[in-house]
Design a protein around this ligand. Structure first.
Ligand SMILES: Cc1ncc(COP(=O)(O)O)c(C=O)c1O
Length: 336
């Protein structure tokens, strides 16, 4: 089976497991885990913020950030297929009492015009705008820095906080060839996930001001997310920062090669997602031929590259996907 369902499927490498096994640990909730403390210090610096907090998942990091940044009754504005709106089980309403509003946006983006068109009484202090980069449901599109800055500025002019869901910010950074800080320092808080393209078994951080991180700790505790000797997990994240960031470029190249090979527009493949039109039964049809994919959004399948997808997997997928879907394979040599 060629498994292209998600970049969350990676298994920790022997080298990552060795780093985890030899981690120096302590009780995280007492702030005594040196490896967690080092990860938090390093991530705060890397993201251009005062402090960072380690959490088990990016969902929990987003939810902790939303609760720490908002007041019940405030509006959460985001592009309509943003992860916090669609895939976090109503968490912003349940945990933070937010009224969630999705707007239609190109490639997952909220624009200054969207913000300007909101009623000041609805979207004002107490509310929040969530921006996602790279943006999952648009197929891993990267937010151009100038457009991102214009949206953040428009939010701040209205006195509204901005949270960046940067679960895959490293993919965006490697794809655009700029540092993740360029986006993250503009937002008031930012989430990063380690269990996707970076290959860790779990782990995420949220970063922001020191005061924000104190409030985020409260939510982490409230959600039951305070951990103990979690340095074994933070060690995986530190290993990933040193070894698995630059190599994301190889995942992106494989995604482009797959797209070109199966006749998908390569111009929209900016990171590790390939979006494929779904004839309706695409998932089982592809599974029958030995290729696993999942849903990107209604009517569209996603094939994702990651650490455990090889060049040979891509070669085979280029043969099998068009056969299974009855589409035409792009002619020409199978250049890598
Ligand atoms: C953009 C985005 N944010 C957040 C998450 C949540 O990550 P986790 O599975 O670590 O909770 C995901 C998961 O796929 C995601 O794609």
């Amino acid at each position: 089976m060629i498994d292209l369902r998600s970049d969350t499927l990676t298994k920790p490498s022997p080298e990552m497991l060795a780093a985890m096994a030899s981690a120096d640990v302590g009780d995280e909730q007492y702030l005594e885990d040196p490896t967690v403390n080092e990860l938090q210090r390093r991530m705060a610096e890397l993201l251009g913020h005062e402090a960072a907090l380690f959490l088990p998942t990016a969902t929990m990091a987003n939810q902790a950030a939303l609760r720490a940044q908002t007041k019940p009754g405030g509006m959460l504005l985001a592009e309509e297929r943003t992860h916090v709106l669609v895939y976090e089980w109503g968490g912003p309403a349940i945990h933070s009492g937010l009224v969630m509003k999705g707007v239609k946006g190109e490639a997952g983006r909220v624009t200054p015009e969207h913000i300007a068109s909101e009623d000041r009484y609805e979207l004002g202090p107490g509310g929040i705008i969530v921006l996602e980069n790279s943006h999952r449901s648009s197929g891993g599109r990267i937010w151009p820095l100038d457009e991102f800055r214009a949206t953040v500025d428009a939010a701040h002019e209205r006195g509204v906080i901005v949270h960046l869901d940067g679960a895959r910010l490293f993919n965006a950074a490697v794809g655009a060839g700029i540092a993740p800080t360029e986006w993250s320092r503009l937002a008031d808080s930012v989430t990063i996930c380690f269990s996707k393209g970076l290959g860790c078994p779990l782990g995420a951080v949220v970063a922001g001001s020191a005061a924000f991180i104190e409030r985020a700790w409260e939510t982490k505790n409230l959600l039951g997310g305070a951990m103990r000797q979690s340095g074994v997990l933070a060690a995986a994240a530190l290993y990933a920062l040193d070894h698995n960031v630059e190599r994301l470029a190889a995942d992106h190249e494989r995604a482009r090669r797959l797209a070109a090979g199966i006749g998908v527009d390569v111009g929209v493949v900016e990171t590790n997602f390939v979006a494929i039109d779904d004839p309706g039964d695409g998932v089982p049809r592809l599974a029958d031929r030995g290729v696993l994919v999942s849903d990107l959004r209604p009517g569209v399948l996603r094939a994702m590259t990651h650490l455990d997808v090889t060049d040979d997997d891509i070669d085979q997928a280029i043969e099998l996907i068009p056969e299974a879907l009855g589409t035409t394979r792009t002619a020409g040599p199978r250049a890598r």
